[in-house]
Design a protein around this ligand. Sequence first.
Ligand code: NI
Length: 149
Amino acid sequence: MPGRADTGYLHAVKNGSVNLDDALASFAETWSPRIVARMNDYDVRIAHARGDHVWHVHEDTDEFFLVLDGRLDIAMRGDDGAEYTVELHRGDLYVVPRGVTHRPSSPGASILLFEPTGTSSTGDSHEGDLPPHVDSTVGHPLDADTGRS
Ligand code: NI
């Protein structure tokens, strides 16, 4: 399609297959998921992670995280309000259960998310103001807003 030749899109998507390394290289924004595939009613999304996300909760859906590279910490609050954190490294996956308030953070990572289409990256509600490095989105198309033209 016109305008796509110089974006990362054509490099990342060939004959319907998606190369995750190329897809990740096609954008730089942190905590701004790109949708790389849809399966039934679910999105497969990828994101660059760096710094703290915001505390938030998805009341109606679990949220799947897979660390493609780097390290991701997911802080959560138990029913008693006590905080605990899971530390994830390359190849580790974790599912945050629905209704559990959580805050991902990272010194630098690439992650893959699997969640129902339409799920907000900042949940049904979040705490505090959104910092500029955190995008509140239901996921962007891979070929949009890559910062290239
Ligand atoms: Ni979440």
